[in-house]
Design a protein around this ligand. Structure first.
Ligand code: SF4
Ligand code: SF4
Length: 320
């Protein structure tokens, strides 16, 4: 038991258990064209950890058995993995719904000219990082020039029908600039729609809000600034039991670039593989053992249960 599980026990839950594997999230590698201050996996242009084709082949076999609702590709910048297109084609060919988490700016990198069309051709759902509709806030988190590139990428995607046609999903992701909780998702979505629409004529499908996790580069920055304890206190004090049912670890499995298995992307960032007797590598995938596994938890889990809750799919409960 840890502090998080103590808190769960107070609302009647003994530990945290998965109930199914609706989504397989695959981390294709830690290389990224950006180096954002809030990155929880410490991705950067200097990282060279990348998923190999044999691991991807294994995931295709596993997904054939597990039939998840969604296969979600993340990184780093998943598009920078040299096997990205082959992997997408293999998953698409098996009839899976595939989602790609894109930082948007990567679509303007050299050699990416045909990527947007490729994504459209395979009806890939996109989740694009856009931490604010204001330039100052985006550049503070993601580096100078990131805003202009993100806007250019969104216009390009809109021109292909992404975020406009109902079959071409383009969701945007917001995260706060500092150690505070995200505002209400529905209200913020209305603000994004108005601001991006009026300023640039940009459309999108939905806005997803996520909390910053107190780990990785963001956690390290807070520690340096002496703000980590206060942020942890905010997360603990904001515990919302209504978020527990929807916690993403209960409905997904995360595969690291080297094939190791995790309950979520945050445990991946911390190097906490699945445990409690469940197989911890894709080579030993076992649907029954993994679908009902007990989740590995820690203090960082309070980042998912604070306020309206937080997950890769956005808020988990109405704002409190
Ligand atoms: S937050 Fe996303 S875009 Fe930024 S460095 Fe990390 S993986 Fe790259
Ligand atoms: S950090 Fe991961 S394991 Fe912890 S509650 Fe969130 S999704 Fe679950």
């Amino acid at each position: 038991m840890n502090t998080f599980e103590d808190r769960l026990a107070q609302v009647g839950a003994k530990g945290l258990h998965a109930s199914d594997i609706e989504m397989i999230q695959v981390n294709l590698g830690l290389k990224c064209n950006q180096e954002c201050v809030h990155c929880h996996v410490n991705a950067s242009p200097h990282r060279d950890e990348m998923m190999t084709w044999p691991v991807m082949e294994r995931i295709v076999i596993v997904a054939r058995k597990a039939r998840p609702r969604l296969v979600d590709l993340t990184g780093g910048s998943p598009e920078l993995n040299k096997h990205f297109r082959r992997f997408v084609e293999a998953l698409h060919g098996e009839g899976h719904t595939v989602q790609v988490r894109t930082n948007l700016t990567v679509l303007l990198e050299p050699d990416m000219e045909t990527m947007p069309e490729f994504l459209k051709e395979h009806r890939i759902q996109l989740v694009g990082s856009m931490p604010c509709y204001l330039e100052e806030n985006v550049c503070a988190q993601r580096g100078q020039g990131a805003y202009a590139k993100s806007i250019a990428a969104l216009k390009l995607l809109n021109s292909l029908g992404y975020g406009i046609d109902s079959g071409l999903v383009l969701n945007l992701i917001y995260n706060p600039a500092g150690p505070i909780l995200p505002p209400g998702q529905a209200d913020l979505e209305a603000d994004y729609r108005r601001e991006l629409g009026e300023r640039f004529g940009i459309g999108f499908s939905n806005l997803l809000t996520i909390a910053n996790m107190p780990i990785g580069r963001f956690g390290g920055t807070l520690e340096e600034q002496g703000q980590l304890d206060r942020y942890m206190e905010l997360l603990r004090d904001s515990f919302n039991p209504c978020t527990v049912e929807g916690l993403m670890c209960r409905h997904q499995l995360s595969v690291g670039w080297d094939g190791r298995l995790y309950d979520c992307d945050f445990n991946l960032a911390l190097g906490l593989t699945v445990d409690h007797g469940a197989p911890d590598h894709i080579e030993h995938f076992d649907l029954t053992g993994l679908a009902q596994r007990r989740v590995v938890t820690g203090d960082h889990c309070f980042g998912c249960t604070a306020g309206q809750g937080s997950s890769c799919g956005g808020a988990l409960a109405s704002n409190t």
